[in-house]
Design a protein around this ligand. Structure first.
Ligand code: GLU
Length: 290
């Protein structure tokens, strides 16, 4: 039973098996939840069947298990939550907070990012054309406190930045689903990679539009390869070898700047994670890799 109201999560998109970079994010979110006596959830963000596979989902879940990190509640799968997203999108459309848009990328870029048919104003009737639904942002200088990076400020440009929340191909989009599920699962604290930092101001507007208070965020540096690129399936980051889970965890903790002396001589993974949680000090994370 959780001792506090803290609710955190790890929410991978199953574009491939877990690699070292995603392990580091998982470990950081897990230890932060444990240290605060909270609840830690796993959510599989499987929204795009063209890029994601059930096999990758299985491998991610097996890797988390092998590394001793278990969701405190049943794993949530976004592929099973379409009806919920559908309802929210209809609510946003009805309230004028989202709009249908049939513009192509080419049309938008030729028009400086503005919609040639004034989609936001509801003037464009997509008719039979495939359309996306976009969330209508408002102009804002958004400021908030990141729990690792400190004070943040981002400028949001209405229309130019409006995120797609339902894709033309009919798939629900990340920007909506991530917020919808953080709300529905009562997530109070998000620990994730700093590659998602730039989405945060937009997501705050979506939280508020859906009547919810945004969570606290902690963005941790992403792990990069020798060429300075984020480890990802696209640049062939190798899958974690579950047979070396303890070593992998130790390396992840080192990448997070944690003191290796506190971890030496731990007999098994569970003890290692318990000790790492007790000593977890996010302020030791090196921010230079950002
Ligand atoms: N599913 C997203 C990803 O794998 C993470 C979402 C989030 O943590 O906000 O990049």
């Amino acid at each position: 039973m959780a001792e506090s109201s803290y609710r955190g999560r790890f929410a991978p998109s199953p574009t491939g098996p877990l690699h070292f970079g995603s392990l580091v994010t998982a470990v950081a979110s897990y230890l932060e939840a444990r240290k605060r006596g909270g609840t830690w959830l796993v959510r599989i963000e499987d929204l795009d069947p063209l890029r994601e596979s059930p096999e990758a989902t299985e491998r991610i879940l097996a890797s988390l298990e092998a590394h001793g990190m278990r969701s405190d509640e049943p794993v949530c799968f976004q592929s099973e939550r379409h009806a919920y997203y559908h309802t929210l999108i209809n609510q946003l459309l009805d309230r004028g907070l989202a709009y249908r848009c049939a513009c192509s990328r080419k049309q938008l870029s030729e028009n400086g990012g503005r919609h040639p048919e004034h989609c936001r104003l509801g003037h464009a009737d997509p008719g039979e054309r495939p359309f996306a639904v976009r969330f209508a942002l408002h102009d804002e200088k958004c400021r908030w406190q990141d729990q690792l990076l400190g004070p943040q400020s981002q400028t949001v440009h209405a229309e130019l930045d409006d995120p797609v929340i339902l894709r033309k191909e009919g798939f629900y989009a990340y920007q909506l689903a991530v917020v919808a599920d953080d709300i529905d699962q009562g997530i109070t604290h998000v620990v994730r990679g700093s590659d998602l930092l730039e989405m945060t101001a937009q997501q705050q507007q979506i939280f508020r539009a859906l009547g919810a208070q945004p969570p606290h965020w902690m963005h941790i540096p992403v792990i990069v390869n020798a060429e300075g690129q984020k480890l990802s399936k696209q640049n062939h980051a190798p899958a974690l070898d579950n047979r070396h889970a303890k070593d992998n965890l130790q390396q992840a903790l080192a990448a997070l700047g944690q003191d290796p002396r506190q971890l030496s001589g731990t007999p098994d993974i569970d003890t290692l994670l318990d000790r790492a949680a007790a000593n977890w000090a996010p302020e030791r994370i090196h921010l230079t890799a950002r």
